[in-house]
Design a protein around this ligand. Structure first.
Ligand code: BG6
Length: 483
């Protein structure tokens, strides 16, 4: 990960080209990269999926997707450059037809001798990932190509090992890019910048100063049309063993020796190796009332739509510092925050009536949303007579820096990284297998489900999990709207 590099000419083969992720993120993201001059000068996109379409239908589909979901207005010029590069092959046409279309696209760009690369993007459910890999192998499309894979990578240690073995029969590890889009968020990378590019924070980034760490990702949305996926997945597999743990690794890792992919991956994997196996007694599983009535959900479903847990990174830096994680669907607000809580001061000079401690300890908070906000909250004196304390904060937001438009959305960033072969923000087989290993006690004995009302912060038991401390959300004060 360094300065933006220009990718070689590319043929991108998009599996699941008419799926939800392609519509919401991948097609608009590719258009945006093209408009921003971050796609290779020469590229082609070959879409494939179960839908029967021709090239024109697919271009119309992609246009609608971009109109609905692109972050900025779709400009005629940008679209006219992008659209002719899209073609489509339905799955029913078979691997041979797909291979022909890909080879034709490679030839149009000058052939393999012109340095044209092939990037396969498997935007397909885990149950289909293995067969897509088989198809790539059988049709000769795997050789010298790269492949981007979507989570979840298995459902437990055993299935993750099997999936990795299947992948490794066809691809070398350096060809594989396992995506976790939380790591592509600007704000997640700002954790690295803040920690390792400043002298101020790293000296206090340890158990001597930090009391506990919170990672909270409540979502107001429900499961939408994803009942099939969600019933078999649940909040823990969908969010915790993937996104929240990856974010935790950025918070907890030791300073990498360099900004090179291997150095960062190694430090993240060391965090995963230090994680204590999860204790089911420190986990609250919840299900929102009404979930079992959602279309496609079993009337006696035991799938959790909420999970909160305490985990520990058992190493020199973090020994004794609990990490509390919480995420769920149909909750009171949507947010994605990391909050670092510092120890209380050792001497209670301020009486309780002053307001000290009313809002918990001082916090450093990262908001992982697109505004990439950070805030340092602390007690300060309330203006006026006497000594009353209020919680104040210093805040940074990408909004107001004048650079908002330069930020890339997570998928844009990661597709670009995959095209230039940069693994820094991708996860590895080792790391994922270790996360399933620490999950084993929880998967073997999940605590009973607790119901919660939609629009709340989860089951009541989550307060006992964190007591005597408190969850960071809802915030005691609002983010400032403009800085
Ligand atoms: C996805 C999960 O990986 O991440 C979804 O499958 C979740 O259930 C989503 O809603 C959250 O991502 P973001 O970027 O909207 O916070």
């Amino acid at each position: 990960m360094s300065f933006p590099a220009q990718p070689d000419p590319h043929v991108i083969v998009l599996f699941g080209a008419t799926g939800d992720l392609a519509r919401r993120k991948l097609l608009p993201g590719l258009l945006r990269l093209s408009e921003a001059g971050l796609m290779p000068e020469q590229f082609r996109l070959v879409g494939t999926s179960l839908d029967e379409m021709d090239d024109e239908d697919f271009r119309a589909f992609a246009h609608d997707a971009c109109m609905e979901f692109a972050r900025a207005a779709v400009l005629d010029n940008g679209w006219r450059t992008f659209a002719p590069r899209l073609t489509y092959v339905p799955q029913s046409a078979g691997g041979g037809a797909l291979a022909d279309a890909v080879h034709a696209a490679v030839d149009e760009l000058g052939g393999a001798d012109a340095g044209v690369r092939i990037l396969h993007y498997l935007s397909v459910p885990p149950s289909v990932a293995s067969s897509a890999i088989g198809l790539l192998a059988d049709s000769g499309l795997a050789e010298n190509s790269r492949v981007v894979m979507e989570k979840p990578f298995g459902t437990d240690l055993d299935s993750a090992r099997k999936l990795n073995a299947t992948v490794h029969e066809v691809f070398e590890e350096h060809q594989v890019f396992r995506i976790d889009h939380f790591l592509g968020k600007e704000a997640a990378q700002n954790v690295l910048a803040l920690r390792f590019a400043n002298g101020l924070f790293e000296p206090i980034w340890n158990r001597q100063h930090i009391h506990h760490v919170l990672i909270e990702v409540p979502e107001t949305l429900g499961i939408g049309m994803r009942a099939n996926f969600y019933e078999a997945t649940g909040a823990y597999r969908d969010m915790v063993v993937t996104h929240l743990m990856q974010v935790l690794a950025f918070v907890a890792m030791e300073p990498p020796t360099s900004l090179e992919p291997h150095a960062i991956t190694e430090e993240k994997n060391k965090v995963f190796r230090s994680l204590k196996p999860l204790d089911p007694d420190h986990v609250v599983r919840g299900q929102y009332r009404g979930y079992r009535d959602e279309p496609g959900v079993a009337a006696d479903s035991e799938t959790e739509t909420f999970v909160a847990l305490r985990c520990e990174v058992d190493n020199w830096r973090w020994s004794g510092v609990p990490f509390y994680l919480r995420t769920g669907k149909r909750m009171a607000e949507s947010a994605r925050i990391i909050s670092i809580s510092y120890h209380e001061p050792p001497h209670g000079m301020f009486p309780a009536e002053s307001g000290v401690r009313r809002y918990g300890p001082d916090h450093l908070t990262f908001d992982l949303d697109e505004r990439s906000r950070m805030s340092l909250s602390f007690y300060g004196k309330r203006p006026g007579p006497g000594m009353q304390l209020d919680k104040a904060s210093m805040q940074f937001s990408l909004e107001g820096t004048g650079k908002e438009l330069e930020a890339l959305e997570a998928y844009e960033r990661l597709i670009h990284d995959a095209m230039v072969g940069d693994h820094t923000l991708f996860t590895t087989a080792d790391g994922i297998e270790r996360l399933w290993e620490v999950s084993a006690p929880l998967l073997a004995s999940p605590p009973p489900l607790q119901p919660y009302e939609p629009g709340t912060w989860g089951p009541d038991a989550i307060d006992d999990l964190i007591a005597p401390y408190r969850w960071r959300l809802p915030f005691e004060r609002r983010w400032r709207r403009s800085i």
